[in-house]
Design a binder for this molecule. Structure first.
Ligand code: HEM
Length: 404
């Protein structure tokens, strides 16, 4: 239990920390990695370079400080982060390390403003916040352990299939012959790779792109720009160097961007680019388990050359008597026009949604690049869809859409 005084100090200094939040977290990561380079085997170096992780951590610390006396308000956000932590094998013994360097960063960046009293209060608050994460993650590890899949496990690539000029699917089975556990459509796995020439292990999350209940897990990976950079390092390595018969490591499926199967409410699955992957899992699950459900599948792509799963979507939609689909192409080719491979042209925005959306009480699932998400979510809100009916997932660390 934190004392009244500690709560008062933390709350009153939170805005100061927020103002210098990115500075503090950038300094925090730098000093922590200098002292504990082994942690670079866990963290995503691309997110670090772009400053996205620093912003995500600073936002969370600020939110936690603001709600330090009613942390239950933050539980949904904590759970989402805990899923990511569990999928990266973050353990309770890591928390004191993060605590030590976070406090040191506050002290060094704020200088005289960080009085011993302020540091003492933040140290106590960190313990409380960390314990909330540790407890939730502990439950998640126990569940993974029940499925005999607590950490990383080797998987063999059984099949590698080109879905478009940019997206390739990998069909994966456990090397030790163990069964694929149940997962919820929309969940992701962390892939860990040893890449020659790289000092540290590389981890990335990929959504599972097929329904649960198969004897394999499928991920579908987009190739990124040709320029060598930290962006796309893992994805391009998978494309270029991981072939059928080879092994990669995975953690058990995680994530709370999942299809609600308790209800039969009408469903809108809206994706842009490779954001189609969790939607494929959801669509195929509906075909397996809720074939009468009313489904609208909206997918935005540049054109048919880069659109993945064209045929698989058509085949799945054909199994669903109450489903319809819209291919929205930003820049259709001459052949697209000739063969009518798309339904609408342009972006998925308010105007398009106004044409398509028939039921504002439905559940909407949205996944894609940030500008796409912003267009779609703003459009849905303008149409009058309630925020609680809009479910979405970003690529990379969560970003506050409104501030983006
Ligand atoms: C991701 C907060 C402790 C390692 C994140 C994210 C947040 C966050 C907000 C972004 C989630 C997302 O991607 O949506 C926190 C807070 C902590 C804490 C508030 C303490 C109370 C730790 C610890 C470790 C850790 C102890 C392990 C050393 C990671 C990693 C990611 C992550 C590896 C994935 C992001 C990436 O690789 O770029 N955390 N975290 N975190 N966290 Fe933590």
């Amino acid at each position: 239990m934190l004392s009244e005084n500690t709560i008062k100090i933390v709350k009153s200094t939170a805005p100061v920390l927020a103002e210098r939040g990115v500075e503090i977290t950038s300094y925090f990561y730098k000093t922590m990695f200098e002292a504990h380079p082994e942690l670079l085997n866990i963290f995503n170096h691309a997110n670090q370079k772009q400053g996205r992780q620093q912003t995500a951590l600073a936002n969370t610390v600020y939110a936690a400080a603001t709600y330090i006396d009613q942390l239950e308000v933050l539980l949904p956000a904590v759970k989402q982060i805990a899923h990511k932590h569990r999928s990266l094998n973050v353990k309770k013994e890591h928390y004191p390390i993060v605590g030590e360097f976070l406090l040191k960063a506050i002290k060094d960046v704020l200088g005289d403003a960080a009085t011993p009293e302020v540091l003492q209060a933040w140290g106590e608050a960190y313990q409380v916040i960390a314990q909330v994460f540790i407890d939730i993650e502990n439950e998640m590890y126990e569940e993974a352990n029940t499925n005999k899949w607590e950490g990383f496990k080797a998987f063999k690539v059984m099949k590698k299939v080109d879905e478009s000029s940019l997206i390739t699917s990998f069909y994966l089975q456990a090397t030790d012959g163990s069964d694929v556990p149940a997962f919820q459509p929309g969940q992701y796995v962390t892939v860990r790779l040893t890449v020659s020439g790289e000092e540290y292990l590389l981890n990335r999350q990929y959504s599972l792109s097929d329904a649960p209940g198969k004897n394999y897990l499928r991920i579908s990976v987009k190739r990124e720009g040709a320029e060598p950079s930290t962006l796309g390092k893992v994805s391009n390595y998978l494309h270029d160097h991981v072939n059928e018969g080879e092994e990669i490591e995975l953690t058990a499926p995680a994530g709370d961007f999942v299809l609600n199967e308790v209800t039969e409410s009408p469903l809108y699955l809206i994706s842009g680019g490779v954001g189609i992957t969790p939607m494929m899992s959801m669509l195929k699950r509906v075909a397996d388990k809720q074939a009468d459900r009313v489904v609208t599948f909206i997918h935005a792509a540049k054109n048919s050359e880069v659109q993945a799963f064209h045929q698989e979507i058509t085949e799945t939609i054909n199994l669903l008597p109450n489903a319809r689909k819209y291919n929205v192409y930003e820049n259709p080719t001459a052949s697209d026009r000739e063969k009518k491979t798309f339904d609408l042209e342009g972006y998925v925005d308010y105007q398009k949604l106004q044409e398509i959306v028939k039921d504002k009480e439905a559940d909407f699932y949205v996944c894609g690049p940030v500008p796409f998400m912003k267009n779609v979510i703003d459009g849905l809100e303008t149409l009058g869809v309630k925020a609680e009916n809009i479910h979405f997932e970003f690529f990379g660390p969560s970003i506050n859409l409104k501030e983006y």
